[in-house]
Design a protein around this ligand. Structure first.
Ligand code: HEC
Length: 478
């Protein structure tokens, strides 16, 4: 019966399509729209197009106009100069088809139950075991020395997961009392990290989009902020601001918060994306597009590279970044490695060093999402080359170096998440060069973050497949 219905539906839609199609609308969508709205229109960097929530109008005409003219201040490009009216019309139809299908539950993600899928990689075969499910996008996961797990839900919730142990059932607790977040577009509650001597030093660090109102500004904007606090009986306590940008750096942009945190040797390193204004990544008087370094309590280290430079912000450690959404400490060299969510075709892996310029937007391997060039330069003297990059983009998220027993052959390999391509990858790094790049997981949902437990378990955040948001664990097949 379902089949019959579906057949009728396709026939109907086919008849209503204009006579065109030099290029399949699916391909037009995949090439131009999927990087933001998701391969199956389920949403990602931009909203879902199949959830029946229309901000800019639901009629054919309104949707057509939105695509043609864009909503540039919200980050939706204008397509009128690139796509013909026929192409745009086809897209309107395609979106409505997909929305209809989603409502009918015909939109199947490739795998319905992650637990059933098995992955064969070079060294190991493993399956995925779900540890916890949530209501909406999870941004970060981190394992504590005890084996407990902290996770952030982007809408503004911090969770403590105490896994099943010695016959005691798993307990999931929401930590109450964390700061209010600006939850829109890419903003919200973002990364979570703990002090290297946790729990002796019981500090938990959070990055988030801080609402301007909470710093006493009457703007409606936001900017990346870092706060630390302690968790006592399910309650966030002893809060201290580590980094909070002055109101002049707050904007309404929902783009590129960066936001990963690494704590090491007395310093907190954190990333701030260009916030949708790419030229600011080269401007040392702005926090945008930078990796910053502070002492654990937020004070400025006097040996930071730009402390003595007039106009430059003293917290800056490196610059020329677009949207660094991955930051990790190499277990042997203690170098900071970064993944940068690039433009279309420009995702990068970088080794971060003090005072260096990573080139965005002067050099890049990517192009604009709407297919127009950003620059014809991929390298330039005085600017760092990535250690690795992906064309097409995988849409890099969080990263972590592997250490542990469970996957002993992956010692010190870098695990990299890819959202748009729904991948977990493993990079082998030798003498600071990436010598191997293997896909471990594919098509299970948008992979936003990865963590490694003290036992060597790999924890992966999977968002969006069949409207599920979960943390899974890789289970080796013996
Ligand atoms: C660079 C990212 C990006 C790309 C690429 C992109 N969009 Fe969007 N789109 C957005 C954003 C951002 C919004 C604003 C909604 C939001 O996310 O809050 C949006 C909104 C829309 C809306 C309005 C939804 C509503 O709620 O009314 C439609 C329709 C749409 N996009 C279609 C498309 C189509 C079709 C393409 C490809 C031709 C496309 N978009 C490509 C980012 C993008």
């Amino acid at each position: 019966m379902k089949l019959y219905h579906y057949g009728l539906f396709s026939l109907f839609m086919a008849n209503s399509l204009p006579a065109l199609a030099q290029q399949d609308v699916r391909d037009i969508f995949q090439q131009n729209c999927a990087s933001c709205h998701g391969d199956n229109l389920e949403g990602g960097m931009a909203k879902s197009l199949v959830d029946k929530q229309w901000q800019y109008g639901t009629s054919d005409k309104k949707i057509f106009e939105t695509i043609k003219n864009g909503v540039t201040e919200a980050g939706m490009p204008a397509w009128g100069s690139l796509l013909s009216d026929q192409d745009i019309r086809a897209l309107v139809v395609y979106i409505q088809e997909k929305e209809y299908q989603a409502q009918q539950n015909e939109l199947k993600s490739q795998v319905s139950e992650a637990g059933l899928a098995e992955f064969s990689t070079k060294e190991y075969t493993f399956s995925l075991e779900t540890l916890a499910e949530f209501d909406s996008t999870i941004w970060a996961v981190t394992a504590l020395p005890s084996g407990d797990i902290l996770a952030t839900e982007k809408q503004g919730k911090l969770w403590l997961i105490q896994p099943e142990q010695n016959g005691k059932k798993q307990v999931i607790t929401e930590i109450k009392g964390i700061p209010e977040v600006w939850h829109r577009s890419q903003g919200g509650l973002l990364d979570v990290a703990v002090h290297p001597n946790y729990p002796k030093q019981p500090w938990v660090y959070l990055s988030y989009s801080q609402p301007s109102s909470s710093i006493g500004s009457d703007k409606e904007g936001t900017m990346t902020a870092i706060v630390r606090g302690q968790i006592v009986d399910g309650q966030w306590q002893s809060q201290q601001m580590v980094y909070s940008a002055p109101a002049k750096f707050h904007t309404r942009s929902g783009h590129h918060f960066g936001s990963r945190i690494v704590l090491h040797n007395g310093y907190v390193y954190f990333s701030v994306g260009d916030r949708g204004k790419m030229e600011l990544a080269q401007d040392l008087s702005k926090p945008n597009g930078k990796i910053h370094r502070l002492y654990y309590d937020g004070r400025i280290p006097q040996n930071n590279p730009f402390v003595k430079q007039k106009e430059a912000l003293p917290s800056i450690w490196s610059y020329g970044h677009r949207n660094p959404q991955g930051l990790a400490l190499h277990p042997l060299t203690s170098d900071i490695w970064e993944t940068e969510h690039g433009p279309r075709g420009g995702d990068e892996v970088n080794l971060i060093e003090s005072n260096k310029n990573y080139g965005w937007p002067v050099i890049t391997y990517g192009i604009n999402y709407n297919g127009q060039p950003i620059t014809d330069k991929t390298e330039m003297p005085g600017m760092e080359q990535p250690k690795h990059y992906w064309v097409p983009s995988i849409a890099t998220g969080g990263i972590e170096f592997y250490q542990g027993k469970t996957f002993a052959k992956w010692q010190n390999n870098l695990l990299v998440t890819g959202m748009a391509k729904q991948e977990l990858r493993r990079l082998v790094i030798r003498d600071n060069q990436v010598v191997e790049d293997e896909v471990l997981i594919k098509d299970q949902g948008r992979v936003r973050d990865v963590g490694v437990s003290p036992d060597g378990d790999i924890l992966v955040v999977l968002n969006g497949a069949n409207q599920t948001y979960k943390i899974v664990k890789l289970k080796v097949k013996s």
